[in-house]
Design a protein. Structure first.
Length: 47
């Protein structure tokens, strides 16, 4: 049982790390294109 406890703790730590990173990079791509469009529009306006 001692090995099972540490195994679950080690699995939870690595799972938590990879889980958030995957969700974070997924949504950012959608917001990135939206920000890129406004940025390009603002650049020409200033020019």
């Amino acid at each position: 049982m001692e090995i099972g406890e540490p195994d679950r703790v080690k699995i939870l730590e690595p799972l938590e790390n990879p889980v958030p990173p995957k969700r974070a990079p997924a949504p950012p791509p959608e917001k990135v294109p939206q920000r890129e469009r406004p940025e390009r529009e603002r650049e020409p306006e200033k020019v």
